[in-house]
Design a protein around this ligand. Structure first.
Ligand code: ZN
Length: 500
């Protein structure tokens, strides 16, 4: 049985270009060493199966023989070590990537994306468990993913942010550090023997490109600094985003904001996220054209979007970078008490942006979503954060991916929404069931607008979850979509124009 599986795994590696025919015996021996086996007999025929199934057979056997603990962390460490035996050295992978990049950037990313799945660095069998749909809203088709492949991430409060900034593991310093390449991992750090980031220089800084192992959208990639330095959104970061879409014009590249509550989950290591996907935000039109003084050559406008987004567009990326930097600098220091925007309280800064760069034909386009992370006693998670009445769907941070129109929702919703649907169709007390209690106000209101049947309930709930998500984004918007909010937005634009 093991002979067959080892043969099949090696055959998989040869067929998918991870190793050459000449590497076959050597690789089988490397696997035997990891499996603590001292002999092997080639089977007369090889039964090919998906890579995750082959790895599972080998890992189950290792567990049975006491080589591997029977828990998900230990199993992941073990099967990644096996794939490490079949993953080419970094220099070989980079040579191929560079050759393809010189030919055509799309060929390079096509190859590298496939490679990242072939090595099982992207665990496709897990990603495919996610439940995904599109929900039509007044802002276009928002995308929804119930994430069943990654543990739910906690909301970053200021206290958690401070603690995270002070916690440094000795080696590698964090999950993004380049020292993860080939690292065996341990109970608190994933194995990365099959990880091969690709070097890319952005605004004269050495960085690396990798794919996200969680793939929330097509070719979801991460770019991280070669050094373990904190993330900061500044002129340099904005130029880096534009440099990336110069090298890879078929990708967008954006950044989480650099403050807690409105940012992402890793602040300790400078990084961006991008990929080959057109989000609802990118399709959203400009609803109010703007003119910025001394930047009349840059097309600008407020985007028709639930959050407060300024779009800049110009064929000259240095002009986009210069104007984006000016807007960012003015925003950092901008307060408008009439609409509850304070640049700082007690010396703590609250304003930042979530920037996204993309190409539009030969033009450069940059969206700046204005963010503010003020909290109050009533709203300790943030004023510009989904308010408590929407937490039954999602209470986590509105980070870059959500800003662009894709909700990554917690796994609990799979069971909860199914139960809400049952009770809506068959009747029952929504407030009395622990799975539906938190959704009861929402579902009760839905009952006033719909007659639920077995046939329509799923579709209605999917659509209405999208509506809740669009309201969450509206909550995250600093200038509300009202006459007063719009006037306040335009006062901010005036403030930018007053700045020389
Ligand atoms: Zn790091």
């Amino acid at each position: 049985m093991l002979n067959n599986t080892i043969a099949a795994l090696t055959e998989y590696a040869v067929r998918n270009g991870l190793i050459c025919e000449e590497d076959r015996i050597y690789s089988i021996n490397a696997l035997l060493e990891r499996l603590h086996l001292d002999s092997y007999e080639a089977p007369s025929s090889v039964e090919l199966r998906p890579v995750n199934e082959l790895l599972e057979i080998l890992t189950n056997d290792a567990v049975a023989r006491g080589l591997c603990e029977d828990d998900s962390t230990s199993r992941d460490l073990f099967d990644t070590a096996l794939m490490g035996c079949l993953t080419p050295r970094p220099s070989e992978v980079r040579r191929t990537f560079r050759q393809l990049l010189a030919e055509d950037p799309q060929k390079a990313t096509d190859w590298y994306y496939r490679f990242s799945g072939t090595t099982n660095y992207i665990r496709w069998d897990r990603i495919h468990r996610n439940i995904v749909w599109k929900a039509p809203t007044g802002y276009g088709d928002l995308e929804i993913t119930i994430n069943l492949s990654k543990p739910e991430k906690p909301t970053t409060t200021r206290a958690a942010f401070k603690a995270a900034m002070q916690t440094v593991s000795p080696y590698p310093k964090c999950l993004l550090c380049s020292e993860n390449e080939g690292y065996a991992g341990h109970d608190n750090h994933p194995a990365r023997q099959n990880h091969r980031p690709m070097p890319v220089e952005l605004d004269a800084e050495a960085c690396f490109l990798q794919y996200s192992p969680y793939v929330y959208y097509n070719e979801h990639c991460i770019v991280f600094s070669a050094r373990h330095i904190p993330m900061v959104i500044d002129a340099h970061a904005l130029r880096q985003l534009l440099d990336f879409v110069t090298i890879f014009p078929h990708y967008f590249m954006g950044s989480n904001a650099d403050l807690p509550i409105v940012g992402g989950s890793i602040f300790t290591h400078a990084h961006f996220q991008g990929g080959r996907h057109v989000f609802a935000m990118a399709k959203a039109p400009v609803e109010t054209p703007l003119v910025f003084r001394s930047f009349e050559d840059v097309q600008a406008g407020i985007v028709h979007w639930p959050m407060s987004v300024i779009r800049l567009r110009c064929a000259d990326k240095s002009r986009v970078a210069a104007l984006a930097d000016k807007i960012l600098r003015v925003w950092r220091g901008y307060s408008d008490e009439s609409v509850c925007i304070l640049a700082e309280t007690e010396g703590v800064a609250h304003n930042t942006v979530t920037p996204i760069a993309r190409r539009n034909g030969t033009d450069y386009e940059m969206d700046l979503a204005l963010r503010n992370n003020l909290t109050t006693e009533e709203l300790p998670l943030g004023i510009y954060h989904p308010h408590p009445e929407l937490h039954h769907i999602k209470k986590e941070n509105i980070g870059l991916i959500e800003v662009m129109g894709l909700a990554v929702l917690p796994p609990r919703l799979k069971r909860e929404l199914a139960r809400v649907g049952e009770l809506l169709v068959h009747g029952g007390d929504l407030y009395a069931d622990e799975l539906t209690e938190k959704h009861a106000d929402w579902a009760t209101e839905l009952k006033t607008r719909y007659t639920f049947t077995e046939e329509n309930v799923k579709g209605i709930l999917c659509k209405e979850v999208g509506v809740v998500f669009s309201r969450e984004l509206e909550h995250a918007g600093v200038f509300k979509r009202t006459a007063a909010g719009k006037a306040a937005f335009l006062r901010f634009i005036d403030a930018v124009n007053e700045q020389v």
